[in-house]
Ligand binder design. Sequence first.
Ligand SMILES: [Zn+2]
Length: 84
Amino acid sequence: MNLPNLPGSDDVADDAAICSAKGCRAPAVWVLAWNNPKVHTPDRRKTWLACEEHREHLSQFLGVRGFLKDVVTLEEWEASAAGR
Ligand SMILES: [Zn+2]
């Protein structure tokens, strides 16, 4: 399986928050925060966006690799980012 096609940015506070699943153009509802210990420092968080339909698929993809750190709604994620 290929990694989903991602824009080269960690910025999820974009106006058009679209699901990160390959080929999906649905609005994102979820934020999956992940970290690949082979390439990222432990406190680094990469983010994928997911629509309702792809949340489980993308979570599993990251989960089986041990990369998945957190799954929150986009609303919560933006609220916590704004509070930083
Ligand atoms: Zn999707």
